[in-house]
Design a protein around this ligand. Sequence first.
Ligand code: KG4
Ligand code: ZN
Length: 325
Amino acid sequence: MKILGVETSCDETAAAVVEDGVRILSNQIASQVEIHARYGGIVPEVASRQHILAIIPIIRQAMTEAKVTWDNLDGIAVTAGPGLAGSLLVGANMAKAIALARRVPITAVNHLEGHIYANWLDNHDIDFPAVCLIVSGGHSDLVLMRGHGDYVVLGRTRDDAAGEAFDKAARILGLGYPGGPAIEQAAINGTASVKLPRAWLEGSHDFSFSGVKSALLRLVEGGKIPSKTDAAASFQQAIVDVLVAKTVAAAKEHRVRQILLAGGVASNKLLRRRLTTDSPIPVLIPEPVLCTDNAAMIAACGYYRFQAGKTSGLDLDVVAGLKLA
Ligand code: KG4
Ligand code: ZN
């Protein structure tokens, strides 16, 4: 079964073709990061307009690379939320137009569920139950996955998401945008010598990252950091300590057979290494290019939705605040 995935929830226009939920035939991404970097963050109106320019060429490229035609495409999976409404609309309307013109079935995918399914790409054998840590620009969610499409949210952030915290810390340190890769890069030449707080929120699977960000801001404003590189290394360490400890604790509590890492922050090397070494339970992490926003993960998720008979009509609509469960 060949599925075309379409993803436009934020600032990447992406299209991919995935076979049977696991084999990537193509994975095209048109990034707008350089355009938004000028403003230090994503400008929603600019993002929507860029998606309109990029969507048709990127779908063409994905289909050409995968050597599929409209006639041997079995379905379209499109991100319906969460994300920026104007951005989501471009992908959803494109998918609906194709579905109408070519009579291809369509399924609406939750972007966060898509991030989780990046773990299935190139991977058939994942045991349930699993605990998934989804860490992106807008979310830090700990989710118990009992089977395909079956989720219980165990915890989420009470303030900033992990990626958002990285982005804000990078701005405080003047390291540029997007912040996660900038902090990771700066941290390579630093040591984690700056004392920063960790919000453990004992007894809860929730996260909180605004305290560590504010602590960093106070130290920077007071001229109390030895160097930007040490501050970056310390901040990265503080975030990773909490993400790893709370994920492993949730996995043990629920006696799961697998830990899955997902979302843009999952491309962070320290997080990948620490989670793998600290967990007694097997950990799966998609390769970095499949952690940040892409359409292959949407197509992979779409495959399992089609298998479960979950299709959408042409009244499919986007929901900016769509929840996982
Ligand atoms: O999943 P994603 O690509 O888009 C959303 O759905 O939000 O995640 C983007 C977030 C940004 O906040 C970015 O700074 C962060 O992921 N990120 C990283 C790294 N690469 C991207 N954070 C830490 N380390 C990285 N290497
Ligand atoms: Zn994402």
